[in-house]
Design a protein around this ligand. Structure first.
Ligand code: PAF
Length: 281
């Protein structure tokens, strides 16, 4: 396959997708904000396994960043991203901010339920920004599949709920978190970590897995308090949450029912970086 073609307008994107459909081909969309790493490429490969054609959107979405967050500083490395997608993606959809949100843009999609708590509480407005741009990307591209990483577990549930609630005709496909050799969940923001911080960050998943393993044997509050103390002792802090929740509704659980799935989620700051991770319980 050749280098992916970069298209910037919705009309061009729709023309490509319409031609593929006419040829009987299925389409997978991988929404990203660029600064692609192996985690994103795994999503693209998962798209390829399901569909003949893959679109990767690259759009740093201002609506999901709070004024105090890193929107301006977020890495924008279009040439590197394009090179990483050679042989993997057919089209890169990279609209400008004014194309996505022209003057007068006034619509916001808010998803209650899974948006509440955790990231929704720590970052007010974040999931409305995500849901709004993802709904637009879905209608702009019209894919059969949209691939999302489990790393942002709550985002995955918000997007899945939205697609169901709005009867959007596509399947949201979850993909397991991609980790480095020490188990650290890959994230574009890991680039902000110093070598010392990376060594510490690599312990997050170890504590998370151990905590998850203990949760069904001992009282939830006791196990979470121990996990939190271990993280603090390593230098993580503040810890926004280390909590167990229903995997789909994200309702916090203070006790586990045998045989019923649950998700252990963490968000903790290490230096200037906020790390997120989650595992099944
Ligand atoms: O996960 C991300 O990179 C973003 O939240 C997404 C889904 C591309 C929406 O901007």
């Amino acid at each position: 396959m050749q280098a992916p073609e970069t298209v910037r307008s919705v009309a061009e994107l729709r023309a490509r997708v319409a031609a593929w459909r006419q040829a009987g081909e299925r389409v997978a969309l991988v929404p990203t904000m660029g600064a692609l790493h192996e985690g994103h490429l795994a999503l693209v490969r998962a798209g390829r396994e399901r569909a003949e054609r893959v679109v990767v959107s690259i759009f740093v979405n201002p609506k999901q960043f709070a004024p105090n967050e890193d929107f301006e500083a977020y890495p924008r490395v279009a040439d590197r991203d394009r090179a990483a997608l050679v042989g993997l993606a057919d089209v890169i959809f990279a609209p400008g901010v004014n194309d996505m949100y022209p003057p007068g843009f006034a619509t916001e999609i808010t998803v209650a339920g899974p948006s509440e708590g955790f990231e929704g509480a720590a970052r007010p407005g974040h999931f409305a920004g995500v849901a709004t741009v993802v709904a637009k990307l879905f209608t702009q591209c019209g894919p059969d599949y949209a691939i999302f990483g489990e790393k942002d577990w709550q985002q995955l549930q918000v997007v899945t709920r939205m697609a169901r609630d709005l009867d959007l005709p596509l399947e949201v496909v979850p993909h397991p978190t991609v980790r480095d050799e020490a188990g650290l969940a890959l994230s574009s923001r890991n680039a902000y970590l110093s070598p010392d911080e990376i060594a510490t960050a690599r312990k997050l998943n170890v504590i998370l897995s151990r905590t998850a393993g203990e949760l069904r044997a001992r009282p939830v509050a006791e196990v979470l308090a121990k996990g939190r103390a271990e993280l603090e002792a390593l230098g993580f802090g503040p810890i926004d949450y280390l909590a167990v929740a229903d995997p789909e509704t994200l309702k916090p659980l203070d006790a586990l029912e045998p045989g019923k799935p649950a998700r252990l989620l963490v968000a903790a700051r290490l230096g200037s970086v906020r790390l997120l991770d989650n595992v099944a319980v």
